[in-house]
Design a protein around this ligand. Sequence first.
Ligand SMILES: Nc1ncnc2c1ncn2[C@@H]1O[C@H](COP(=O)(O)OP(=O)(O)O)[C@@H](O)[C@H]1O
Ligand SMILES: [Mg+2]
Length: 338
Amino acid sequence: MRGWFWKTYPTPTQTQSLDVRQISASLEKGGYEVELAQFDRFDLSKSYRDYYVLYGSSEDYLGSSKSFMEDILLWLELHGAILIPHYKYFRAHHNKVMMELLRLDFSAAEFKTIQSRVLPSARSGQEILAELPRPAVIKSASGAGSTGVYLARNQQEMISAIHKASRQVFGFPYLWIRLNNVIQFLKRKAPQVVNNSKYVVQNLIPGLAGDYKVLIFGQRYFVLYRLNRENDFRASGSGRFVDREDSELFQVLDFAQRCFREIDSPFVSMDIAYNGQQAHLIEFQCVSFGFKAMSLSDHHYQTILGKWQRINKRVIPEEIFCDAVMDYLSAKESAKTL
Ligand SMILES: Nc1ncnc2c1ncn2[C@@H]1O[C@H](COP(=O)(O)OP(=O)(O)O)[C@@H](O)[C@H]1O
Ligand SMILES: [Mg+2]
């Protein structure tokens, strides 16, 4: 809502919006007529039937700022606009519950080595505690950079992780509700519940030293290996990037490419782990994911005649983004005319 469109990293510590004027100019050059609109500036009396709507999302500040975007995008889709990517991927942005539900639709079993229970509250988790895997990874639906991701090896850790992952408020508002609950108790009224946030519980892939962040834009694959944080099972947010090129990397790229074929989007960000035997899909995101793996890479990969080729050059994010969108649209349009 602050007028940004996705996010790129001119340097590892700086962020900025993609340049929408540059994107419009490239799309226009590619033969598309472009209109720029903020979420609160759509003319709702107009028909957007058959319009392609290329959009971005944002963090869900205080848990509700995204819901306006959600309403507008759904309205556009209901009125015949074609969202790029689909609305379901917007729902999965910062929402691991939806992402895990979408994982169920992959046809290949190799993308389902992680299986999740999706749960709406601490209470519902406690009711099925005995059915949950052990050890388990428990993740609040909306976290990023490993916040809200917990490891639970036994019943006690499970209860505590469920409690943390499902908590809706933190800091002063949390203390306020706790205090208010004392008053509720004295008035013999039911306490206000603060553990009604959705979360997922899934099996742990043991023995990982890190994971790969793979960004795919159409034909182009950017990849960075990330070591786990110190004495931790989590790599996301560690900042410990390693440039590697070995047979494992190419297996990860093959896996990413197979997975990308099952996703209907011009671009995707994936976290992929490799445990010595096989790759595991930790997560995938199609909307407003970070471009760090692209910005920090001086090379990327592309398959040419079925073989991975390394392309040694820095790229301009807006160009890569537009190429991916135009490739995607021309594939869609030629599929329509067949
Ligand atoms: N099921 C799992 N088994 C093993 N490690 C995991 C599993 N899920 C997540 N991780 C580790 O935790 C990190 C954070 O999890 P992830 O789901 O990617 O959340 P975030 O949105 O915070 O990046 C991953 O980068 C990975 O290293
Ligand atoms: Mg991640």
